[in-house]
Design a protein around this ligand. Structure first.
Ligand code: HEC
Length: 256
């Protein structure tokens, strides 16, 4: 008999079902780690600890009211400096970040609290705060992620997410879901929103409202992943194959 339907999980050999399960468990853990990472690197940029559209706008398009230094000291670097010294830095920034005050007012603070990490010896990838030029670099208007950074992040993102959703979607093709269009939507949606997500990173530089498309895309991606994951896991081990599947297959599943 030629079959026009995909083989349901319950008709697959035990070894394949174990492989699918282990891949899903690993991807599920990885997805949670990725969510924590997104939170850690974006939440709080606008001063409010919850993640928000504003945080993403600042990350991608920069903050016209702010500088990298202020954004960092209100966000990820907030714990690095006591409040009274933060005030000194903010007052200096708001008064126009005068170069002649760096040596006397700002550099001593950086030397005491920041250069353990922000020096070329400690970490060449972080802004160097041991020099006046380095300090001026983070005190200039915040323009968000640069285009070269975005290009680097987007190609990694496009390749790796395609892998994850090819594998997850392929596993999910063995599930029984009706109507078929719904199954196809769940498989296709992550790829569609992946494109709108990455495109919006760039477009946020033109109009900050695109940050909401980044958020909506991320939410749709997460929901598709969650749905495919749960349905696959359930049908792999717990759910009974529906009568229609058994009829199509013309035999009973081997429950090995
Ligand atoms: C324990 C190590 C450590 C200390 C101390 C530290 N930082 Fe950082 N800083 C980091 C790391 C790691 C990053 C990058 C990751 C991130 O943004 O959370 C960073 C990022 C930054 C950025 C953003 C850079 C960018 O390109 O957007 C600024 C600005 C900054 N720090 C300023 C400071 C200032 C000012 C101090 C001192 C008050 C300080 N940091 C103390 C580790 C440190």
């Amino acid at each position: 008999m030629t079959s026009t339907h995909n083989i349901h999980f319950k008709f697959l050999p035990m070894s394949v079902r174990v492989l699918f399960t282990m891949v899903l468990l690993t991807f599920g853990t990885a997805y949670m780690m990725a969510m924590i990472q997104v939170w850690e690197s974006h939440a709080g940029k606008d001063g409010d600890p919850m993640i928000s559209g504003k945080d993403l706008m600042i990350a991608y398009s920069g903050n016209p009211e702010g500088t990298k230094l202020e954004t960092a000291l209100r966000g990820p670097m907030a714990d690095m400096l006591p409040a009274e010294k933060k005030k000194v830095v903010f007052d200096w920034l708001h008064a126009g970040a005068k170069a002649e005050e760096i040596e006397t007012v700002i550099k001593p603070i950086m030397d005491e609290h920041c250069i353990a990490c922000h020096s070329p010896e400690a970490n060449p990838h972080l802004p160097n705060l041991t020099t006046v030029e380095g300090i001026q670099g983070v005190a200039a208007q915040d323009k968000g992620m640069t285009i070269p950074t975005l290009v680097r992040v987007s190609h990694i993102h496009l390749f790796s997410i395609t892998f994850i959703f090819f594998i997850t979607g392929f596993i999910f093709t063995h599930a029984y879901v009706r109507p078929v269009w719904l199954k196809c939507v769940l498989i296709a949606a992550p790829f569609a929103v992946l494109i709108s997500d990455v495109a919006s990173w760039y477009l946020t530089k033109v109009w900050t409202g695109f940050a909401w498309i980044v958020i909506v895309s991320g939410a749709i991606m997460g929901m598709s992943f969650g749905a495919m994951w749960l349905i696959s896991m359930w049908q792999l081990w717990f759910g009974k194959p529906p009568a229609e599947v058994v009829d199509l297959e013309g035999r009973l599943p081997k429950m090995r």
